[in-house]
Every structure is written in C-alpha cells, then in structure tokens.
Design a protein around this ligand. Sequence first.
Ligand SMILES: [Zn+2]
Ligand SMILES: [Zn+2]
Length: 354
Amino acid sequence: MSFFSSFFLLVSFLFFSPCLSTRTSPFFSTKPINPTNYHKIQSYTWHEFGKFVDATRGNKINGISELKKYFHRFGYLKMDNLNFTDLFDDHLEHALIKYQEKLGLIVTGKLDENTVSQIISPRCGVSDFAPKFMHAKRHYAFFSGRPRWSRSIPIILTYAFSPENVITSLSKSEIKGAFRRAFSHWASVIPVTFSESNDYGFADIKIGFYKGDHGDGEPFDGVLGVLAHAFSPETGRFHLDAAETWAVDFDREKSDEAIDLESVATHEIGHLLGLAHTSVQEAVMFPSLRPREKKVDLKIDDIKGIQALYGSNPNFNDQALSESDTSISNGVALSKRPFTWSNFILFLILSIAM
Ligand SMILES: [Zn+2]
Ligand SMILES: [Zn+2]
C-alpha cells in the first residue's frame, strides 16, 4: 500500500469512524462500518455536509442553509427560526446543541467531526421531536398523546405488501422473510401478534417501496439520506425508499451503500407501534443506521419503551429487565425465549413535523 493510500485510509478513518462515537458500545465496536468505503460514496444524500467540519458561529458558508433545512426537517429548528441563509447564526448553534444532546454526542455547539459524521449518516425520516414531546428524557420516547393500537390485549395486527410499490432486486420471499423476522422481534416482548394478509386494502399495516415524492408530503431523497418512514398508531403506513440498495445478506450484496432491510423494518415497526426516537445510541429506535450495519436485536431501552405501551408478552423473560440502568446505556442485548406463537410480521413510523 502506498504512502498516499495509507494516509487516505487514516484520514478517512479519523473522519468517518464511529458516527455515534462518544461512547464505545459493544454494538458499534464489533460491527464497524468500513469508513473508507463509506467515504468513497460520493453521490449519497447529505455527503456535501462533510465540508462544514470546523465551521463556527459567525461564519458565512456556502450551502449551510441546507444544513438549517436538515435541522428544521428533523425537529431541531422551530418554524419561527426559519432563516435559511448561509450564515452560521445563533439559531443554528442552538439547533446543534439540541441535536448533540438528543443523540448522545459531546455537546460542543460546534460542527466537530463526530457531529458532522452523525449528521451525514443515513437515517429514518421521522422527526426526532414530536410537538409536546412525551417522555423527553435521554431514553425511549413516545409520540405526542402517547398513541398505541387501542384494541384489547392480546392484539393481532395484519400486514400486507403493496402489489404495485415493489422492488425487484430482492425476491418476494427474501423481503417477506426479513419482515417476518422484524415483526417477531417485537412480538416476542409484547402481547401483539403480526399476521401477513393478502388483502392490502384492509390490512392494519401497509408496506410499500416508493421513489421520490409519493404523495404524503415526505418525499424520498435517493441513495442513503432518508431510508424509510412510518406513521404513528393507528395509521399503519410503512414506506421504504425504493432507491436504496436493500439487502438481506451482506455476503451476497457487496455494495458499499447496502442497507439491511430487517434492521430498517425493525426500527420502523417500533414507530408503527408507538415508539418515537430514543437517545440511546445502541437501541433499535435510535434514528440512524449506517450502510452495511445490522441492528435487529431489541435493547433494554426498546423493550422498556414498548412494554410501557402494551405490557409484556407472557413468554418474555423479564428478569433481564431487572438489570441496572447501566446495562441500558451499554446496550446489552437480552436473551429472549423463543417466540412460540404463529410467526408473523409488522412495521411502522410517524411523521411528526405536523
Ligand atoms: Zn425512526
Ligand atoms: Zn411516505
């Protein structure tokens, strides 16, 4: 390897390593993204924000208005702060501080490397803040009004795939398998069962892959950037960006931009059930997911949040939840008893910037 290659690798690593890096978690340290490959992707949404590293308040920087729009979109800049000029002003600094607090980064109010790295990571399209955000501590959160599926426990929810809004890069059975596993993660901890239906019109949860503007005011943005979004209970709409390189097996899908379908499905199902975004970086309900990252096991934070809405599955071994809060922040995976009901699926999300 030449000196320049080595230097490039080192710089890339320093810049792009652990997006969520203020804490070293077992999860991220054992499943690192290849930062060099990530850096090589030059066409992904938000990659231009990389040039804002070290920008500070008072600077006028070409394109920083786009960063303000980003913060507005995800709930960090209020409507009355809508000053989308290219000046790094007080509003942007406040948004940055709020962002760093919410996502568990070191709070500097500056566009440091860790923060920019987190900002450019692909993520869920759901806002990080609902109006009158519930449970706004540094862990799991609910949507405003704490909505959940209101039928009596135990609940059976049906899900179906849109016959028209599909992708062909994966087979139907591969897609259905990924969703079945994603639903089962949640079904194993709460008294809710997910059942696939062929009746798309009447299914509780409607899943489809869409490109660009698809009629709900939340257009998708192409490769990376926003990956998917879902709506809070009891809407049931679950949309995925058809432009992504969706994967069910990274050994077979070698793309640097590959996104794990089961991971995104598991996250969005959390929204469909009523969970908003958490500040716990290791949790499934944290808003971002990097390319080639797999994040499907519910963490204590996810489980406590969803059980606060629905109670526990009688087959769930809740002794694991008696572990200390320390284990929550360290993202300890729980051992779960096998799910013994009929196998099923689900999903979700929410658009809160309403
Ligand atoms: Zn989300
Ligand atoms: Zn949509």
